[in-house]
Design a protein around this ligand. Structure first.
Ligand code: C2E
Ligand code: CA
Ligand code: CA
Ligand code: CA
Length: 279
């Protein structure tokens, strides 16, 4: 009787059921989102110490016909679970590279870099290198303007084959940064072997640099480590001048966060770039 009671409770839990249904519906809609042009790639500026825009990070937005704008935190994990991240990720690459190709026509914008988030599931595909190469070839984007952001979750896969792929793309000129650094499955040994150009310090550390002394110690360690490996640091989630000054004073070269700009619709970004002298 106890068993049955528990099962019943599970089966009829209205909250749980609503959540499961909502998720299932979202997955169904996500399958159509690509075909129906509901995905838009926003861009958030990454600036240097002079606050000049040096790069932008491509961040997905889904304009759902009923729910309005859906943030990636809500649908990327679903897409990763069911494999939809692979076609979605390809669309992201194509869209970002098409934007790069457009900027390359303009000597003022030509140096801008686009950083694209790559999930471990995409990188683990055997044809990942060919996919990136063919998108670059088809759009005409310069490989050295493309930066791929990977996370420590790639360490859960076959590290050697990952490094081989990264090396192959790096030969083409593509650059890599390690995202959310310090939050995941860190391995300093791997870090040394990975062909990366930038480390992104996670927002959670930036948030706490004036509050949490253990986080200050971690940030100092990350900066020292990066210097040692000759890797530049990007601080993400910078929201205040005080954070920016502290980070700059302690050796960070690049900054990203609401202090400078929210992620922008491409039209808005391009309007801002029209009125800004770069570099
Ligand atoms: P992420 O790669 O760590 O991206 C940074 C996130 O921090 C973005 O959230 C950005 O909007 C937010 N952010 C930037 N500056 C600030 C700030 O000053 N304050 C606060 N509170 N937040 C800030 P977003 O756009 O919601 O993206 C969430 C995550 O979704 C990303 O985290 C990334 O892991 C994933 N994602 C987004 N686009 C893509 C994509 O095209 N492909 C893949 N695989 N993942 C993506
Ligand atoms: Ca990122
Ligand atoms: Ca990040
Ligand atoms: Ca903390």
């Amino acid at each position: 009787a106890k068993e049955a009671g528990r099962n019943q409770l599970f089966f009829f839990d209205p909250l749980l059921q609503a959540e499961t249904i909502e998720r299932a519906l979202l997955v169904r809609d996500l399958r159509q989102a690509l075909e129906q042009d509901e995905l838009v790639l926003f861009y958030q500026p990454i600036v240097d110490a002079q606050q000049h825009i040096r790069a932008v990070e491509a961040l997905l937005r889904w304009f759902h016909p009923k729910h309005g704008m859906v943030l990636p935190g809500k649908f990327i994990p679903l897409a990763e679970r069911n494999g939809l991240i692979v076609p979605i990720g390809k669309w992201v690459l194509e869209t970002a590279c098409a934007q790069l190709a457009e900027w390359q026509q303009d000597p003022e914008r030509e140096a801008l870099v686009i950083a694209v988030n790559i999930s471990a599931r995409q990188l683990s595909k055997t044809n990942f290198v060919d996919t990136v190469k063919s998108v670059l070839a088809q759009t005409g984007a310069r490989a050295d303007r493309l930066m791929l952001e990977i996370t420590e979750s790639i360490f859960q896969d076959n590290v050697n084959s990952t490094i081989t792929k990264m090396d192959a793309l790096r030969q083409e000129g593509v650059r890599f940064s390690l995202d959310d650094f310090g939050t995941g499955y860190s391995s300093l040994t791997y870090l040394k072997r990975l062909p990366i150009d930038h480390l992104k310090i996670d927002k959670s550390f930036v948030d706490d640099i004036f509050e949490d002394s253990s986080d200050i110690a971690i940030v100092h360690t990350i900066i020292a480590l990066a210097k040692n490996l000759e890797i530049d640091i990007i601080a993400e989630g910078v929201e205040t001048c005080e954070q920016m000054e502290w980070l700059q004073g302690n050796g960070c070269k690049f900054f990203q966060g609401y202090l400078f700009s929210h992620p922008l619709h491409p039209d808005k970004l391009n309007a801002i770039l029209e009125n800004t002298t770069l570099l």
